[in-house]
Design a protein around this ligand. Structure first.
Ligand code: 5GP
Ligand code: ZN
Length: 138
């Protein structure tokens, strides 16, 4: 897509710190890192989100994310890696080109806010009804 920032990065029109590339996938460092080693993994072919991405591209991104996560583990020795992926402006997706965030946390870094939400016991009847609605929509 002509005016997509991540498509421009794939085409080399915007510089980036690349960590991985194959026929279908491209991965580079986030310029506003949440932590050391915050990496974005994208399919080279443009699609906006999980609803749109072709299965083949999604598979390629997931398989590459394992390779890159292993490399992050080897290079940075994090205590964990969070994988996060946003779909839609309502959950603050800012770049409308599907991307998987790999967010490692090193021992000397603070707890990641995105992985430390408060657990509150749910209403089992309400959860059951929601599960039924989702299941019947598949
Ligand atoms: P989203 O909220 O859409 O899941 O996250 C988009 C991410 O892309 C943000 O973490 C933001 O820092 C990153 N980002 C936005 N523009 C650029 C850019 O030009 N280069 C790089 N490397 N990252 C970017
Ligand atoms: Zn794009």
């Amino acid at each position: 897509m002509d005016d997509c920032i991540f498509c421009k990065i794939v085409r080399g029109e915007i510089p980036c710190f690349k960590v991985y590339e194959d026929r279908k996938v491209f991965a580079f460092e986030d310029i506003n890192p949440v932590s050391k080693g915050h990496t974005l993994v994208i399919a080279k072919r443009h699609s906006q989100n999980l609803w749109e991405i072709e299965e083949e591209d999604l598979t390629s991104v997931q398989l590459a994310s394992k390779k890159i996560a292993l490399a992050i583990k080897k290079a940075l020795d994090p205590v964990g890696i969070a994988c996060m992926q946003l779909n839609g402006r309502g959950v603050n997706q800012m770049v409308m080109h599907y991307h998987l965030h790999l967010i490692p946390r090193s021992a000397d870094e603070p707890e990641l806010t995105l992985t430390s939400w408060e657990l509150r016991k749910g209403d089992m009847e309400a959860i059951k009804k929601i599960a039924e609605r989702i299941a019947s929509a598949i």
